[in-house]
Write a protein that binds this ligand. Structure first.
Ligand SMILES: [Ca+2]
Ligand SMILES: [Ca+2]
Ligand SMILES: [Ca+2]
Length: 232
């Protein structure tokens, strides 16, 4: 019996160690990756048109928020994500400084399935959801018309999925985790928001594992005691 109890404590302590390790895992920009002309960055201080702190030479993407329980339905291109869904959000942008006409194609790989994209031409969908999905440390609106969404050409325009000669995007992959994104920009540039499933927090998963493990050990203990009683 003493040996059994030691085993159980070992399992509990082992579980606690796992939980500590899980809790220490930081949420970061490493949650998604990129190939092609694009760069993953940490959330910038502002995503305003021609903001001088924002890089302007290619597509850039950053995680805006993670583990958000939607308190209302959220509209995305061609659909709605239901209230109560737990999501992560990302912004991808190409904020050209100057009027040169440039086309970039970038493949973004997300950790979780893409639920929806906000890419309408004026950026209305982005503006309507920033209170829930924006990064608290990023300025989206400075109160001046024309600087923040919505405004003309904030999002994607002249979509051309067939020829890929203008703005377009294609979601693919078995779990819908890949986004091929074409952005043709002059001015102001292109900004879109991507909403994905949010992974269940690791500490919660560890608690579930621990509970299941405890149940298993307890059942075996009970069976052994019953067997011992029958033999006696
Ligand atoms: Ca464009
Ligand atoms: Ca610009
Ligand atoms: Ca645009």
């Amino acid at each position: 019996m003493i040996a059994m109890k030691t085993k159980i404590w070992g399992a509990i302590l082992g579980g606690a160690g796992f939980m500590a390790a899980a809790a220490a895992t930081p949420a970061s920009a490493a949650l998604f990756s990129v190939s092609g002309e694009g760069t993953v960055i940490t959330a910038p201080s502002a995503v305003l048109e021609d903001d001088v702190t924002t890089p302007s030479n290619s597509q850039y993407g950053f995680m805006e928020s993670s583990g958000v329980w939607l308190s209302r339905d959220i509209d995305v291109d061609g659909g709605t994500i239901a209230k109560g869904t737990r999501v992560d959000s990302y912004m991808i942008f190409y904020n050209t400084a100057g009027g040169s006409n440039t086309m970039t194609v970038t493949n973004w790989l997300f950790q979780e399935s893409i639920l929806g994209i906000m890419s309408d031409q004026p950026g209305n969908l982005e503006a309507d959801s920033t209170d829930l999905l924006g990064n608290p440390g990023t300025t989206y609106d400075n109160g001046n018309a024309g600087d923040s969404a919505p405004y003309n050409a904030r999002g994607l325009e002249a979509m051309d999925v067939k020829n890929k000669a203008n703005d377009y995007y294609i979601v693919s992959g078995v779990d819908s985790t890949m986004l091929e994104l074409g952005m043709r920009v002059t001015e102001p540039g292109d900004w879109i928001r991507v909403v994905t499933v949010s992974a269940v927090p690791l500490p919660a998963a560890a608690w579930f594992l621990l509970t299941a493990l405890g149940g298993l050990v307890g059942t075996r203990w009970l069976k052994k005691d019953k067997a011992a009683a029958a033999a006696a």
